[in-house]
Write a protein that binds this ligand. Sequence first.
Ligand code: SAM
Length: 261
Amino acid sequence: MDTLSIKPPLKWAGGKRWLIPHLKPIWEKHRNRRLVEPFCGGLAVTLGLMPGEALVNDINQHLINFFSWLQKGFSIEIELENNEELYYQHRKRFNHLLKHKKGNTKEAAELFYYLNRTGYNGLCRFNKKGFFNVPFGKYKKIKYQRDFTMYKYVFKNWVFSSQDFEELSLKRYDFIYADPPYDVDFTQYAEQGFTWDDQVRLARWLASHPGPSALSNQATPRVVELYLRFGFKLLFFDAPRRISCSGDRTPAKEVLALKNI
Ligand SMILES: C[S@@+](CC[C@H](N)C(=O)[O-])C[C@H]1O[C@@H](n2cnc3c(N)ncnc32)[C@H](O)[C@@H]1O
């Protein structure tokens, strides 16, 4: 099977599909290990590497609820249309489910998919009360998918969980690929932001793992210094994103930090 042809089913900020050609040769040497992805996001990397065994985690419970339903065999029954009125109706219904502690239902997973594809930039944002508040996306055309049966087979031997990365139970043998929120002030994917203290906590956690680990992040000077200090080997890439602060649109620098590889 051409593994790159299995597309991640959602839009997700910071997707690393572009990094797969660089990660694949590294992973190939370890592919009989379990792959642990503590910050799986839209799942671009696990789907790109196609491990036999995986522990796939993200702190975002709605995301993991959606993947857990795909694992059971999933098809969407609710109305899917790129229409502003329907969008706000579905958003209201999703928040109603959250309010009544029904965020883990199949209906919530269906609505989550619709809101992800139809809302502004595929964002996943919540207000202080915990309600989803992303506005309508105003896309010209959206190609919705209703049948997700194929993921049932792909996810067969993968375990999904939703917790802070440090709570995961690792085995000595695991290969970890960590793609945390970028080291920039404004990054806030989940309800709580990922602070510099969290970046340091992550580096320490990865460094203490006896098996192989790889981390990607924005190559800010303090991230580079942090991973060098913990003895990682660093590779640098031009990310497909551009930073335009000085008007010259230079490609953003990405670092891949490797240990025990
Ligand atoms: C850069 S995104 C990962 C993108 C992913 N590699 C992809 O290709 O789609 C970072 C993810 O980390 C998750 N996250 C934030 N804080 C976390 C934490 N403390 N533990 C686990 N996941 C966390 C966010 O919900 C977000 O989905």
